[in-house]
Design a protein around this ligand. Structure first.
Ligand SMILES: O=P(O)(O)OC[C@H]1O[C@H](O[C@H]2O[C@H](CO)[C@@H](O)[C@H](O)[C@H]2O)[C@H](O)[C@@H](O)[C@@H]1O
Length: 247
């Protein structure tokens, strides 16, 4: 595992399973009390080249880390906040989802053990409390995707199956951040734990950096390195924030 180097790296961090332990429900995660301070310190050492890249909306990330507001990509890139504070939200992405909300609500009426998380620009079906519903969730999402004439796509994560507009992923967001200061010219390091983070690992590696998978290398991953759990990620960030830059 390479030593963290604040002089040369740009760090991209997934949120759930990477900075906070997985919880039974999306709203139940409990960030460590040291997390916002640690992120602020790491960001400062990196000259600001640290971003959160998450499937959650930016507003949720900000609420968990308040008062800290970092550069971030939310909803897998449908929302962005650049290092200079400018924000972008792809409102047009909401249009194809309007037509399918009724059918998703009907599905939940029949399967109340599945939790529907409506993120406005993306809709997730969580089956953590009912793993036996995985196939039914995927089947429904696949049909809605097939009916959407390419406008919508399915994205799988940990006990979740998401319906979202086609065209964005975490890899694109890494590439976008790297085009601008303070990320530009640095070596991208993407840290994540989930299937959607594979896009980030692959892009970081294509652009001269590397991926770090949290929590084991199975199923197969494109990441080159591994950290065992969230606590180890926070320790790595602490090292990054405090170690002198390498020559
Ligand atoms: O890209 P991330 O920051 O990792 O976000 C991915 C999804 O995270 C959340 O769901 C996951 O975490 C929940 C809380 O630990 C857990 O209950 C759920 O089973 C996981 O899939 C979030 O709710 C989703 O919107 C994000 O896309």
């Amino acid at each position: 595992m390479p030593q963290p180097d604040s002089a040369s790296m740009a760090v991209f961090l997934d949120f759930d399973g990477t900075l906070v332990d997985i919880a039974a429900r999306p709203e139940a995660v409990q960030p460590a009390s040291r997390l916002p301070g640690l992120l602020a310190q790491a960001s400062h050492s990196l000259g600001g080249a640290l971003a959160i890249v998450s499937g959650r909306p930016l507003a949720q990330i900000d609420a968990f880390l308040a008062p800290l507001q970092l550069p971030a990509a939310g909803l897998h890139g449908l929302e962005m906040r650049w290092a200079d504070g400018r924000q972008f939200r792809d409102e047009q992405a909401a249009a194809p989802l309007a037509a399918v909300r009724g059918e998703l609500a009907e599905f939940i009426d029949h399967h109340p053990d599945v939790h529907l998380e409506d993120k406005q620009l993306s809709i997730a079906l969580h089956y953590r409390a009912a793993p036996q519903r995985e196939a039914a969730c995927r089947h429904l999402i696949d049909r809605l995707v097939a009916d959407s004439a390419g406008q919508l796509t399915r994205l799988d994560g940990k006990c979740v199956c998401e319906l979202r507009p086609s065209g964005h992923d975490k890899g694109h967001m890494v590439a976008a951040f790297l085009q601008h200061p303070p990320f530009h010219g640095r070596q991208p390091v993407f840290i994540g734990d989930d299937i959607t983070d594979e896009f980030g690992f692959r892009m970081a590696q294509a652009l001269g950096g590397f991926g770090i998978r949290v929590g084991g290398m199975s199923p197969a991953t494109a990441a080159r390195y591994q950290l065992p759990d969230v606590a180890a990620v926070l320790d790595w960030l602490h090292l990054l924030a405090t170690a002198p830059p390498q020559d």
